[in-house]
Design a protein around this ligand. Structure first.
Ligand SMILES: C[S@@+](CC[C@H](N)C(=O)[O-])C[C@H]1O[C@@H](n2cnc3c(N)ncnc32)[C@H](O)[C@@H]1O
Length: 170
């Protein structure tokens, strides 16, 4: 199941409703752990953020924290060394963050770790979904990733990020 929201309280409620005790959760955009705290005693949490503010605060929690940019191939590869799958993928890069980037991050991380469920916080994606008039074709997923692309494999490098986002260049 994929749950999409903008309000942070809805995001947390969605996420807590998806996780089960003992689950492995990958959390992208944990900031200082406001949501992580709600999961840490129930789940194995692998949390990521690229903000310097996150480092000290996340060290106080009993979770695996990685300081890095979740758009980068090396960062995904780093997590893939820790786990090859997860039960729940949570993505909050900031509610107003570019929806195209958030969708790409969702697509690449969910294709890689094949979560049962995903919770995403993003206003633009929610606006798109709520505004689109859709055809009657039965194309949907019961998983936390897109089943249509289940066998497509993982892009070896996220080349498109270099094409679209100049701030990504090292
Ligand atoms: C709204 S905050 C997350 C709040 C958190 N989910 C919570 O519930 O308290 C968004 C976070 O996403 C992080 N972020 C944005 N883009 C990122 C990226 N490309 N890689 C890693 N973290 C990113 C920011 O550093 C920020 O800490």
């Amino acid at each position: 199941m994929i749950k999409l929201s903008y309000d942070i309280n809805d995001y947390r409620k969605n996420l807590l409703g998806l996780v089960e005790d003992g689950d492995t959760v990958i959390e992208l955009g944990c900031h200082v752990g406001g949501t992580t705290r709600l999961l840490a005693d129930r789940c194995r949490v692998i949390a990521l953020d690229n903000s310097p503010e996150a480092i000290g605060e996340m060290a106080k929690l009993d979770v695996e924290f990685i300081s890095g940019d979740v758009r980068l191939h090396d960062v995904i590869a780093n997590v893939f060394e820790i786990t090859q799958s997860c039960d729940v993928l949570a993505i909050d890069l900031g509610g107003g963050y570019h929806p195209d980037t958030v969708f790409k991050v969702f697509y690449i991380w969910s294709s890689t770790f094949k979560p049962k469920h995903a919770a995403i916080r993003n206003r633009g994606l929610l606006e798109f979904v709520n505004s689109a008039s859709v055809s009657g074709e039965d194309i949907s997923s019961n998983e936390g990733y897109l089943e249509s692309y289940h066998d497509s494999g993982i892009p070896p490098q996220i080349k498109e990020f270099d094409l679209w986002t100049s701030s990504l260049k090292k």
